[in-house]
Structures are given as structure tokens and as C-alpha cells.
Design a protein around this ligand. Structure first.
Ligand code: CMP
Length: 224
């Protein structure tokens, strides 16, 4: 593989050409179709994965078959490090949400890469800390907020992560499906549709085609 494709990963931002060449020589590309499972929770894991193109959902499926989305990851992000770092099975199921291109690095190469370069290890620790913080906020909102508050907080988080500021107090985001929102905030699709209409009626959100405009100041009270 070519070293240039690894430059867009903040994980490798402090590496020189020689170090990037080394990573390019151990990484292997893989492709998945939309809805294809990259790996299942509880499988043993051998590879670390970097997302080149596409999007994945990190999910857990309850015994009743209900899907809970833990996170959605896109280009420049990584997954599959936990099983390698803890020598335990995969902690979640990872599924392609659209056609997906990843590159994989084998366990021994991944661990060697961390031993060789502390900047990579430090960035992985920082990302794990961010994910833990997000998970803690999620636990807090599930324990203390009603569905209305959780939906408002979901839109605030989405605005911060993927929003485009319109400069008029509104932030635009691509509309996710009601089912995927329901699977993230822990409720039913019907409840999401009902409360979404309430938020729209109250002027906190504006829905236009595939875009939702979020009125940031009005939702701020639901932030962490
Ligand atoms: P691993 O356990 O090897 O396989 C599943 C992957 O999903 C895991 O590594 C992480 O990369 C990712 N993952 C698991 N839980 C979360 C979470 N709460 N937030 C974001 N990513 C996660």
C-alpha cells in the first residue's frame, strides 16, 4: 500500500515518511458491502482496523434481538483495538453502514507499532479516554433523563460532531433514520418519530429534505 493513504489518520500525524512506509508495508486492504458484518461480538480478534472510506456502526445485540448502537465511526477513525490490547474476544459487533474500505494490521504488528512509537500509543489512549467519556455520559443520560432529554442531547452531540454551522444559530446535520436514532438513545422508532415532531413544533429543530437544522441555544440545556 502507499504511505500517502495513511497521512489522513491523526493516529499517524507525527510519523515521518520512513515510519509511514513501514505501516504501509504491513497493512492489508479489505472491502465490505453495506450491511456486511466486519466481526461479531465474542469472536476472537486478530486485526486492528483503520477506516479508509465508508462508515460502521459498533453495536451490541440484546438476547431479544434488539440492537443498541454504541458508536458510529467514519473515515480516519479506527476500531478493533480492544480485543488486541486485552487478549479478550471482540467487545461488540461491527457492521458496515455503507460500502466500506478498511485496512487491517495484524495483532503482532499492531503491538510492535505501539512499542516502536509512543505517539501512536498516546493517541490510542486519548481516543479510548474520549470513548469512555462518551459512554459515561450515555450511562448518565439513560439513568437520569427521559426520552425527550436523551433525544435533545443526541442532536446536540450530532451537531458538535458532524454539524455544519449555518451562522444563524442553527447547525445543519444529515438526517439519520428514526430507527438508528432509536437504537442509539434506547427507545422505539415510534417514540423517536413522535418526539421529533414535538421538537419541530417547538422550533428546536427544522426538518428540510434530508437535512435537519438544530437550534443550538435551545438545546444547550440538555448538554453535559
Ligand atoms: P474490539 O473489542 O476488538 O472489537 C469491537 C470494537 O468496537 C472495539 O474493539 C472497539 O474498537 C469498538 N468499540 C467497542 N465499544 C465501543 C464504544 N463504546 N464506543 C466506540 N467504539 C467501541
Amino acid at each position: 500500500m502507499n504511505r500517502d493513504v495513511f497521512r489522513k489518520f491523526s493516529l499517524f500525524s507525527e510519523l515521518d515518511d520512513g515510519q509511514l512506509d513501514k505501516i504501509a508495508s504491513i497493512a492489508k486492504p479489505r472491502k465490505y458491502a453495506k450491511d456486511e458484518v466486519v466481526f461479531h461480538a465474542d469472536e476472537s480478534g486478530d486485526v486492528f482496523c483503520l477506516i479508509m472510506n465508508g462508515k460502521v456502526k459498533v453495536t451490541m445485540i440484546s438476547p431479544e434481538g434488539k440492537e443498541i448502537i454504541l458508536s458510529i465511526l467514519g473515515p480516519g477513525e479506527f476500531f478493533g483495538e480492544m480485543a488486541l490490547l486485552t487478549d479478550a474476544p471482540r467487545s461488540a459487533t461491527v457492521i458496515a453502514m455503507k460500502p466500506l474500505e478498511i485496512t487491517t494490521i495484524w495483532r503482532t504488528d499492531f503491538l510492535q507499532m505501539l512499542a516502536d512509537d509512543f505517539s501512536i500509543a498516546a493517541k490510542i489512549l486519548a481516543e479510548l479516554s474520549r470513548r469512555l467519556r462518551t459512554a459515561s455520559l450515555r450511562i448518565e443520560s439513560l439513568a437520569t433523563m427521559d426520552v425527550y432529554g436523551r433525544l435533545a442531547r443526541y442532536f446536540l452531540d450530532l451537531a458538535k460532531k458532524d454539524g455544519t454551522d449555518q451562522g444563524d444559530g442553527y447547525v445543519a446535520v444529515v438526517r439519520p433514520t428514526h430507527q438508528s436514532i432509536a437504537n442509539i438513545i434506547g427507545t422505539s422508532r415510534e417514540t423517536v418519530s413522535r418526539i421529533l415532531h414535538e421538537l419541530i413544533d417547538r422550533g428546536l429543530l427544522i426538518s428540510k429534505g434530508k437535512t435537519i437544522f438544530i437550534r443550538k441555544d435551545a438545546l444547550d440545556q440538555f448538554g453535559p
